[in-house]
Design a protein around this ligand. Structure first.
Ligand SMILES: NC(=O)c1ccc[n+]([C@@H]2O[C@H](COP(=O)([O-])OP(=O)(O)OC[C@H]3O[C@@H](n4cnc5c(N)ncnc54)[C@H](OP(=O)(O)O)[C@@H]3O)[C@@H](O)[C@H]2O)c1
Length: 243
């Protein structure tokens, strides 16, 4: 097995996920570019290689069991193990998200990708992560999933719009992250949730005030935690985010 650190980033073809791949690649790691669209995936792999990143494409739709199983097989055949998994793929669910008027399909879409997708990918890759000397799992969450922040302020510039799908899906993701940490306590696997801050990407029609590169920093920090680092936490650049 290679001594090179092997990472897989979901939704790495653009936005914050792409910049996470750039950042992990700069550490000399081999980075699997998980992406569902073949052309977008290959374009990202080419761009990363041109930037000096040892990257490889991993066909991956986080909502599809067969696709996720295929991704795990590909990583196993290529590297024999996985050191770092970054569950970055995410969607807002789209549309109007006032609770009183919500289309349940919008909630389903957000939960299917942001929560169930993360569980599906994590469980498929856990056997490979268990072969690593220092496995790390990073779940890209959002500060809008903080119930403390949602309850404390109505200022949309800090807590986002009223959202019955996207924000609760990230709260759900945080809760799942804590449960994984409970199950994995006593192993060498550290799992944490991170918030990139409000970054200009396709997700928000580029309305964010941070760059995707700035947003990637927290994921890189959580991906490179020392063995005595935290697990089951929720972090942004400035530190711990309240649940
Ligand atoms: N931007 C922000 O301000 C912000 C703030 C807080 C948290 N976040 C979180 O950060 C993460 C990255 O967001 P971003 O802003 O970089 O968004 P983005 O530019 O829209 O990128 C999202 C990525 O997820 C992928 N994706 C979506 N559904 C997928 C699926 N079913 N299977 C595989 N990949 C899928 C997309 O692939 P396609 O290109 O195929 O659609 C794309 O690569 C998300 O989890 C988001 O919730 C973002």
């Amino acid at each position: 097995m290679s001594e090179q650190t092997i990472a897989l980033v979901t939704g790495a073809n653009k936005g914050i996920g792409y910049e996470i791949a750039v950042g992990l690649g700069a550490l000399g790691w081999a980075v699997g570019v998980g992406a569902r669209d073949g052309a977008r995936r290959e374009a990202a792999v080419e761009k990363l290689r041109a930037a000096g990143v040892d990257s490889f494409g991993v066909p991956l739709d986080v909502t599809d069991d067969a696709s996720v199983a295929g991704a795990a097989t590909l990583v196993e055949e290529r590297a024999g193990r996985l050191d770092v998994l970054v569950n970055n793929a995410g969607v807002t669910g789209g549309g109007q998200q006032m609770p009183s008027m919500i289309d349940l399909d919008i909630v389903r879409t957000a939960v299917e990708t942001n929560v169930l997708g993360t569980i599906r990918v994590t469980n498929a890759l856990l056997p490979l992560l268990r072969r690593s000397p220092s496995p790390r799992i990073v779940n890209m969450s959002s500060g809008v999933g903080s119930l403390t922040r949602q309850s404390a302020s109505t200022d949309e510039s800090t807590v986002g719009p009223i959202s019955a799908a996207y924000s609760p899906s990230k709260t759900f993701l945080n809760a799942v992250t804590v449960q994984y940490a409970r199950e994995l306590r006593g192993t060498n696997i550290l799992i944490n949730a991170g918030c990139p801050g409000y970054c200009a990407t396709d997700l928000n029609n580029h309305s964010g005030w941070r760059t995707p590169e700035q947003g990637a920093a927290i994921a890189i920090r959580l991906a490179t935690l020392p063995d005595d680092g935290p697990t089951g936490g929720f972090f942004e650049d400035a530190g711990v985010i309240p649940w």
